[in-house]
Design a protein around this ligand. Structure first.
Ligand SMILES: [Ca+2]
Length: 500
């Protein structure tokens, strides 16, 4: 049929305009963002694991986008999570410390309510939003996931060692989380969410932050002894089974093509053998602390496997999803990432390859990456957060320069050969400190840390609390804590050194 009359064109255009709201809903894919905890670069099959089998995660990589150069925003849990959810360096969003509700300096802190999370952004653009898993961005009621854009929450507000509680929305459903059932609990809930949401017009955003392989862990019945790598291997294989169940639910409900599944980790592993070929572990700013798997599976858009060496990072997630859901980035704040969509279309990023990346550890700026170069900055004991186990650059007089293209294990200092590179990167570090701060130095672009006590001091290092906080202030904060948590035992006020 030929459409010649301009009148008919007008009618068709009006019909298209009328249909727009429905068409828009259909162009927005569902998003499942799966963030594992302390899972290292070589922890899964497609990234080189030999002792565990992860066929379901491998399949996502085989059919989608797999990055070999993805960096997290921090090498420990809380700040890394803040970077994923806000699209900003943790030092910018104010959440740079490892939150532990048992510490007198931290129990009242959390991600600031004025921060816009990717969940809030999705919700404002037509999405139903869910979180399943470990939160770790503040445990007071003011900071929990449902205050940061999630319609529903199911999981643990912090590390098991901090508190073993498990919530369903606001209700405690397990006083002590049954660890051997953790993957089953999460998987069952995710399948239920998928089945409930599949028939709906509205798309959904699901943030699935599995606690494993962070310790402590226990394998479920059928997975006990299933791997060649002890209990850790067993729970890895069980987690992979959960991914398989999730994908099956998407396929059975007919929404697999229109659902994005992202798989990554918040920081490197505690044992370097799971971070190979890189040096270092969780807690430090060697590559092993920041370099983790990153897989983006989106059948409707990514038709065949893409393996990418382009350097990307956690702060890119927010702008990427923002563009995909058809939303503008909020204009009132700075984002430290950019949309990865061009990489899925075989194009190049707007960001130039030589744009620097900054490795902070709590408030201490420890390293700068630019092009092939990584410069590790000297630091003193006072600047180091307690969890930092890397003493290699402690009290050095000069920075140390590695060429990561030739030397990915960060072993050969080439600073003496490239003094001009060192000099340029030292300037970058100085500029970044002016912007995002340093230990005991406030940066001009830092946003406030969330606190339930107005005006309370923000002290990232527990050890400095007594030194930096006046006794009367400390007593008032302790009294408020007792008021909110009358059953708190004095034993619990002692900080756990092992678990930031
Ligand atoms: Ca972690």
């Amino acid at each position: 049929m030929k459409l010649e009359s301009p009148g008919i064109h007008l009618v068709i255009m009006m019909l298209i305009m009328l249909a727009a709201p429905f068409a828009l809903a259909k162009t927005q894919p569902n998003v499942i963002f799966m963030l594992t905890d302390d899972l290292g670069y070589s922890d899964i099959g497609c990234y080189g694991a030999k002792k565990v089998k992860t066929p379901n995660i491998d399949r996502l990589a085989k059919e989608g986008f797999m990055s070999t150069a993805f960096l997290t925003g921090a090498s420990i849990c809380s700040p890394s999570r803040a970077a994923f959810l806000t699209g900003a360096y943790p030092q910018r969003s104010g959440l740079y410390m490892g939150i532990n509700p048992n510490r007198r300096a931290h129990w009242f802190l959390g991600l600031h309510p004025d921060e816009i999370t990717i969940a809030e952004h999705c919700k404002a653009h037509g999405y139903d939003t869910f979180m399943v898993g470990k939160w770790h961005l503040g445990t007071e009621p003011e900071f929990l996931p449902r205050k940061q854009g999630f319609d529903h929450y199911y999981g643990m507000p912090c590390n098991f060692a901090h508190s073993p509680k498990f919530l369903d929305d606001d209700k405690v459903v397990h006083a002590i989380t049954p660890l051997e059932k953790l993957t089953t609990l999460y998987t069952e809930r995710i399948k239920r969410i998928i089945k409930n949401q599949a028939p709906k017009e509205k798309p959904f955003f699901l943030y699935f932050a599995h606690n494993y392989p962070h310790t402590p862990y226990k394998a479920g019945g059928q997975f006990k002894g299933s791997s060649k790598d002890g209990v850790r291997g067993d729970i890895m294989q069980e987690m992979d089974w959960g991914v398989g169940e999730m994908m099956k639910a998407l396929e059975e409900t007919g929404i697999a093509d229109d659902t994005i599944v992202i798989f990554t980790s918040d920081n490197g592993p505690t044992d370097n053998k799971y971070a190979k070929p890189f040096r270092g572990t969780k807690y430090v700013t060697f590559e092993g602390g920041h370099r983790v798997p990153f897989i983006f599976h989106w059948p409707a858009k990514i038709k065949e496997r893409i393996e990418s060496e382009v350097r990307i990072h956690a702060m890119d997630l927010f702008p990427t999803l923002s563009e995909i859901i058809g939303a503008k980035l909020p204009q009132d704040r700075i984002f430290d990432g950019e949309s990865l969509l061009p990489l899925f279309e075989d194009k190049t990023l707007t960001r130039k390859a030589h744009q620097p990346f900054f490795y902070y550890n709590c408030e201490n700026l420890q390293a700068v990456r630019k092009g092939p170069w990584k410069l590790h900055l000297p630091r003193n004991q006072q600047q180091l957060p307690f969890w930092d186990k890397n003493k290699v650059f402690l009290n050095k007089a000069q920075p140390v320069l590695y060429n990561l293209v030739d030397d990915q294990t960060e072993t050969t200092n080439v600073a003496a050969k490239h003094p001009e590179v060192v000099q340029r990167m030292v300037v970058l570090a100085k500029e970044k400190r002016a912007e995002l701060g340093e230990y005991l130095q406030r940066g001009k672009s830092q946003r406030p840390t969330g606190s339930v006590i107005r005006g309370a001091p923000i002290v990232s290092h527990e050890k400095d609390w007594g030194k930096l906080v006046a006794p009367a202030t400390a007593s008032a904060i302790a009294a408020e804590r007792l008021n909110r948590h009358p059953n708190q035992t004095s034993k619990k006020t002692k900080p756990r050194r092992k678990s930031p």
